[in-house]
Design a protein around this ligand. Structure first.
Ligand code: ANZ
Ligand code: ZN
Length: 904
């Protein structure tokens, strides 16, 4: 063992040791309790960022600690290797996406290895590998067979200049990212998966407060986000009747304009109706009304997602058409409203401006009547500004509503549903926000959809025996659309599976969310060439899926929901037995750093690296600005030291803001252990982490301190190493003196807390526990007595094991260098330290001594002392004798464990 903490040497040696042992390869073993801990798989973007380091270190701490506790732990890794960035890079560098992707994977894998992660690399998968994506295709065909996958037209973004379909993220402010051309919406055929068939089950298992919920190990925040996304909504669906006919003289929609409402109790407050721009009535009216047609075109341009609509100014236009109110018979005017979604409910709403905020805004803008029909007594009504006149749901009742007057919300809804049902015009209905999952992408770098198009037979599934449909690896996108369309090799020799005539392949590929919907199962059966999943998946995922999933909150909705759906489909196809993929979820917080910027002479914003900037403080120590502490080359030429810079506060690390910290530099300078320790210690896993260079230094110094303590512990006499191990084993036979007992009490008390913190994955306080331990060890004076040395050796052994999951390299070096390994085995599998209950027992305790209620000193008594004994010690104490000056005590009050008060 070296005398100085040399992180480079020591981390290299540790890696060699673990590699030689193939230390992280695991197999299914029924004699042990399994634990499957997995991080969301990374996109191979080029290099690791700090968020990765944090994510994988959390995962690694969990895996290493549980392994010491005797679990069979799987920690796998893979690559979310398909997707748009690879195509963009290919376009820019003129190399095939495959090459870019595999180069990145190789580099990032090396980085992960340098971090010392306990990954079983024998199970590594890249989703762009045909051995993986063939199973996407296989399952897709099964879904097609079961009707879970189906084909229908979908709306896509079309760039008229590049003549290509754009992904949503390629549309910026309504324009194509490369051409700047106004993006059009086009309808083309595509494939959908019926996730809506699973809406109820997806909701029940996740919903907070639902007694069928099984995902109780997820953060409530995420559970709520899923619930809202699924969006179950109970209400009434009913029709306004009309006699409007199309050009052929047919009644449009059979003369019924259906609406969905959650507030049927407000039906007497309807003053208009609004339909979506794509609604048949809107289109009918537009045919003879150019102004309306232009308005509808305008509506179609912008985004059509709910989020986009929510922030849009409410706009509309009357159609000149009228429909009949089903209960009053009144004629109600139909408007086209840009806030009405064609894809939700029936694409039409009843407008109740008094009780719906959007309708209110609309009515104010277009001067439509507002009629209050619900009131809670004592509340006044104003049409000046929006107020939720629903008021207290418990107390509110219908007013101005004829037969409904006096009814509560629930009663009124029942009554309205009844009245409408009697007329055959409506009934109660549940509506879901969740839509079917459109999986077709008009992109090259993805899983080919296994379909063959025949001029005679239409779309035909590729026969199972012909899977996988292999994606050509050598194409380079040129910006003019999907290169698969033009690839002769891709279509060569393809014949219709049905009639045998020459045919063409489907050129759409699958949404990359398909790849991430089940990769975690494939890790369990990574080498299975006969099946998608098998015994491995049953072993690692049995029960309620994997035991711990760790990843970013940005995947709280779509990825998790799609993976849950995919799992349930696999279950229904008999491929797995569990219902849910992830029983526990931890969403780690973002890594933040300071953001510094400045306006250039031309008014553009320039960002500066934190390393070039220092804060300017006011007298009270508050940050009031920033200035350069180094010369920086800027758009305005070289800026001198001292140039004033704007401080924008902290934000997520990002390339565009120059505030990222490259983990590679950190690892090279301080070592992987410091990078790991820093990210674990600075904040609890789920909180945001604010970067602080000084604290990185501090982490390094702490590890050096631990190392130096270890070196000193045996006074450089490594021959004594054997004794270390031996004594660490035979503690029962040691008679510990007072000082040694105090040290052991401190160490074991902290260990107890550390144990608990490991259980709840609060790794920042695990690290502070280790810091407390080193403080206690360094402060301990009795190392030169035989019992003292044993207590110190024991204590240090506990410290090393507590710290090991966070900083495996330095602890490994000390553990084996000092000889612990000879008796307790390698640190990898060393037994987790047990709290010694006897060490926690306090022999003597200190009580405050008061005389007439005033603090006068303290006394030491046996921890087991009774009241009489405490009284005796108190009255005999020097402090009391001096204070009482001969007076006789009248009364003695003992507060157990705290104080004794003598009244004289
Ligand atoms: C009248 C009403 C009165 C409404 C009132 C609300 C409050 P959730 O809970 O999200 O399901 N709606 C129905 N279809 C729509 C569509 N295609 N586009 C936009 N809005 C639509 O919301 C259901 C409510 O959203 C429905 O209840 C309807 O407005 C509106 F005081 O009907 B309500
Ligand atoms: Zn055919």
């Amino acid at each position: 063992m070296q005398d100085k903490y040399n992180h480079i040497e020591l981390e290299r040696a540790a890696h060699e040791h673990w590699n030689a042992r193939d230390a992280y390869r695991v197999t299914e073993d029924d004699s042990k309790k399994k634990f499957y801990a997995c991080s969301m798989l990374p996109y191979p973007s080029g290099k690791l960022h700090m968020g990765h380091v944090r994510n994988y270190t959390i995962n690694d701490m969990l895996a290493r600690q549980l392994r010491m506790k005797g679990y069979n732990v799987l920690m796998p890794m893979g690559w979310d290797a398909f997707g748009l960035p690879a195509e963009n890079a290919a376009l820019k560098n003129k190399v095939p996406p495959a090459q870019w992707t595999y180069d990145n994977i190789a580099y990032m894998k090396k980085q992960m290895q340098s971090m010392g992660l306990a990954i079983d690399w024998s199970r590594e998968i890249a989703t762009c590998d045909p051995d993986y994506y063939r199973w996407n295709q296989w399952l897709f065909l099964k879904m097609l067979d079961k009707g879970i996958a189906y084909r229908k037209t979908q709306v896509v973004n079309w760039d008229p200049v590049d003549q290509t379909v754009l992904a949503n993220e390629q549309v910026i402010d309504g324009r194509g990212w490369r051409t700047g051309a106004l993006v059009e919406k086009r309808e083309i055929p595509g494939y959908y998966l019926k996730i809506t068939d699973y809406a109820q089950e997806l909701l029940e298992h996740v919903q907070v407060g639902n007694d069928k919920a099984t995902l109780t190990g997820w953060p409530d925040k995420v559970r709520l986000m899923q619930e809202n996304w699924i969006g179950k909504s109970s209400g009434v669906r009913f029709a306004f009747t009309h006699g409007i006919q199309d050009a052929q003289g047919q009644l449009i929609q059979d003369g019924k304009m259906y609406v969905f409402t959650t507030r049927a109790d407000t039906i007497m407050g309807v003053t208009f109706c609004a339909v979506a721009p794509e609604h048949p009535l809107a289109m009918h009216a537009a045919a003879g009304n150019p102004a309306l047609a232009a308005f509808i075109e305008e509506c179609k341009k912008g985004g059509t997602t709910e989020a986009e609509l929510a922030v849009k100014e409410k706009e509309g236009m009357p159609t000149g058409l009228f429909v009949t109110h089903p209960l009053t018979g009144a004629q109600v005017e139909v408007w086209v409203g840009n806030y009405v979604l064609m894809g939700y409910g029936d694409g039409a709403v009843m407008g109740v401006p008094a009780h719906d905020e959007r309708d209110f805004a609309f009515a104010k803008k277009y001067d439509l009547p507002i009629r209050q029909v619900v009131a809670a007594s004592g509340e006044s009504f104003s049409t000046e500004a929006w107020a939720d006149w629903y008021g207290d749901k418990q107390k509110a009742v219908c007013v101005n509503s004829g037969a409904l007057d006096g009814l509560t919300h629930a009663q009124a809804v029942d009554k309205v549903a009844e009245l409408l049902a009697a007329k055959g015009l409506g009934e109660k209905k549940t509506t879901w926000r969740l839509r079917d999952w459109g999986v077709s992408r008009q992109r090259y770098w993805g899983t080919p959809i296994p379909i063959i198009h025949c001029a005679d037979c239409g779309a035909q599934p590729v026969p199972e025996k012909d899977l996988p449909v292999v994606l050509p690896q050598d194409l380079v996108p040129d910006g003019s659309g999907n290169p698969l369309v033009k690839s002769e090799a891709f279509h060569a020799g393809v014949v219709c599976p049905c009639c045998g005539k020459p045919a063409r392949r489907e050129t759409d590929t699958m949404d990359t969310f398909v790849d991430s919907s089940w990769y975690f199962m494939r890790y369990c059966d990574a080498k299975n060439s006969a099946q998608m999943v098998g015994a491995g998946t049953e072993y690692w995922m049995r029960g309620n899926g994997m035991d711990q999933y760790i990843g970013g909150i940005e995947h709280a909705i779509l990825h998790l929901l799609y993976a849950r759906f995919w799992t349930k489909v696999m279950r229904d196809l008999g491929l797995v037995t569990f219902d849910e993929p992830f029983s526990q979820l931890l969403t780690q917080g973002m890594v933040l750093n300071h953001i510094y910027s400045r306006r250039t002479a031309k008014g553009a914003k320039e960002y500066f690296w934190p390393k070039d900037v220092e804060h300017v403080f006011d007298d009270a120590g508050k940050i009031v600005g920033a200035r350069l502490k180094a010369e920086v080359d800027s758009a305005d030429g070289l800026l001198p030291v001292g140039t004033a810079i704007d401080y924008e506060g902290v934000g997520t690390m990002s390339k565009s803001k120059n505030n990222g910290i490259d983990p590679q530099e950190l690892i090279e300078k301080y070592g992987a252990d410091t990078a790991r320790l820093y990210t674990m210690f600075t904040a609890p896993p789920e909180a945001t982490l604010e970067w602080n260079d000084a604290a990185v230094e501090g982490s390094y110094r702490f590890l050096r301190r631990v190392y130096n303590y270890g070196v000193k512990l045996l006074g450089g006499d490594y021959a004594a190493a054997d004794a270390v191990g031996a004594s660490a084993r035979d503690l029962k036979n040691v008679a510990f003196g007072k000082d040694a007992q105090a040290l052991r009490r401190e160490i074991h008390t902290v260990l107890k807390q550390v144990d608990y913190d490991y259980q709840r994955m609060q790794y920042n306080t695990v690290v502070s526990g280790a810091m407390k331990m080193i403080n206690a060890l360094e402060g301990f004076k009795g190392t030169d007595t035989p019992d003292g040395q044993i207590a110190a050796i024991e204590g240090f052994g506990i410290l090393l094991r507590c710290l090991y999951p966070a900083t495996p390299h330095v602890t490994h070096a000390l553990w084996s260098g000092l000889g612990y390994s000879q008796h307790l085995g390698e640190l990898l599998d060393a037994p987790w330290p047990q709290v010694d209950a006897a060490a926690l027992v306090q022999d003597e305790i200190e009580l405050m001594l008061q005389v007439n209620g005033k603090l006068r000193g303290s006394i030491l008594v046996a921890a087991t002392a009774d009241k009489a004994e405490i009284e005796r010690v108190a009255l005999a104490s020097e402090a009391f004798v001096k204070q009482a000056a001969g007076a006789t005590p009248k009364k003695v009050v003992v507060v157990p464990g705290r104080l004794v008060n003598v009244v004289v």
